[in-house]
Design a protein around this ligand. Structure first.
Ligand code: ZN
Length: 428
């Protein structure tokens, strides 16, 4: 390990001197093909050593007729990914570990000169990813993000324009670095957190119905089973489903099941439907007294109607004293739910299409458990023909399942961290 690191560090310096001598030295004694392979090996090793850390030498901002351009000048090709995040609006650029040369003030100057950018931060994220975050004043539309030859070097060019509203966008294919999680020991399987998955609707209540006749209740059950499999495969969680077959289940009973079993996280799965035929994308809801917008409020009302449809009443509310206690517990739980919803949106950004403003709030009855963090995931729109087809595809379901599993792993890692920091805020 140490030896190879030393060789990697020294080799780029030695190769220019070494190669001519090697060529002379080995020419007499080694057959030509062997020599070619030997040299190829050395050159590849040297290239690898140099490639270990691309050098970013400059950051430039320019104005073009269509908008603004930021260029990161880098000495060799590298992977990157660029994506937008909502609330607050951010533009995030991830690169591999790099050798960053420009002074920090230059990056800040570039940010100040751009009307859309409020502030900029740069840091090493999880030890392997160099992350630059632009805090934005207004939503922006990324017109282009690409690595192109630039003189003798390369430029990572980002072009943007002002946009009227937020859109989830992503460019580049730099891979996400997984967060290492301690594996639970076999001696204490009981301590593995229990995740309760709640496939929406069922029985007499089909939920939304797609154009091709797909029932929401069928999609949510299939997705819950797919997700259960993926969660169990990690060996880190226990999983329970509120229903495993096509049966009606009152909303209150769904949360009761989670409480009875001692769930540490509750994830309700649904699929959306909208009058607007273009509406599509996954969204995540956390509980709030005030809905984030009219659509969210309408959706909550619609989902909450499941009980009334089947003759159950939502009216048996808690008595006052109890509700004050519940209120206190609920505030803390609400914060954790919001944090999980944010993490879920962030892991989903790179995997599946998202609805604009993908994290929303509303008063969903199924999320009103005072002590269990809970979110409701609207997997997509059955009213959108392409999305209806996607929601039936195994590949798309796997992408969603993998994203949710990554978010859950992340949530429990950071939840533990914030608990250890005695109430400190572990979110970024
Ligand atoms: Zn639903």
């Amino acid at each position: 390990m140490l030896m190879s690191r030393l060789v990697r560090r020294l080799l780029p310096k030695l190769v220019p001197k070494l190669v001519p001598k090697l060529v002379q030295g080995v020419r007499r004694s080694i057959p030509r093909t062997a020599m070619v392979w030997l040299l190829a090996g050395i050159v590849a090793l040297a290239a690898d050593a140099v490639a270990a850390r691309p050098v970013v030498s400059d950051v430039q901002l320019a104005t073009e007729t269509e908008g603004r351009v930021v260029r990161f000048i880098v000495d060799e090709p590298m992977d990157f990914r660029l994506f937008t995040l909502a609330s607050p609006l951010r533009l995030v650029l991830d690169m591999p570990a790099i050798d960053w040369r420009p002074p920090q003030s230059q990056l800040e100057r570039v940010a100040r000169q751009s009307a859309a950018v409020r502030a900029v931060r740069r840091g090493n994220f999880r030890g392997e990813t160099e992350r630059i975050v632009f805090d934005l004043k207004n939503p922006m539309k990324i017109v282009q993000a690409a690595l192109q030859p630039h003189g003798t070097k390369f430029a990572l060019t980002i072009r943007w324009q002002d946009a009227a509203s937020y859109q989830a966008q992503r460019f580049g294919d730099f891979r996400e670095v997984p967060i290492p999680l301690p594996r639970p020991t076999r001696a204490s399987p009981v301590e593995q957190p229990l995740i309760v998955l709640d496939p929406g609707h069922g029985g007499v209540d089909p939920g939304a119905v797609g154009r091709r006749g797909t029932h929401e209740k069928t999609v949510t059950l299939a997705m819950a089973k797919r997700l259960e499999k993926a969660l169990l495969a990690t060996g880190r969680f226990r999983v329970a489903l509120t229903r495993r077959d096509d049966r009606f289940l009152p909303l209150r009973e769904r949360t009761r099941i989670a409480r009875r079993l001692g769930a540490r996280l509750f994830v309700s799965l649904h699929a959306d439907s909208a009058l607007n035929p273009d509406a599509r994308g996954l969204s995540v809801y956390s509980l709030s007294d005030k809905a984030s917008d009219r659509e969210a409020a309408a959706l909550a009302k619609q989902e909450n109607q499941a009980d009334t449809l089947a003759g159950f009443s939502l009216a048996d509310e808690q008595p006052d004293v109890v509700s004050i206690l519940i209120d206190l517990a609920q505030r803390e739980t609400k914060n954790r739910s919001v944090r999980f919803a944010n993490q879920l949106v962030q892991t989903m950004v790179l995997r599946v299409p998202l609805l604009e403003r993908p994290h929303r709030h509303a008063g969903f009855a199924v999320l009103k458990s005072p002590d269990i963090p809970a979110v409701l995931v609207e997997l997509g729109f059955l009213s959108h023909p392409d999305e209806e087809r996607l929601l039936l595809s195994d590949k798309h379901r796997s992408a969603i399942a993998d994203g949710i599993v990554a978010a859950i792993a992340n949530f429990f890692a950071t939840d533990l961290q914030s608990a250890l920091q005695s109430g400190g805020d572990a979110s970024r």
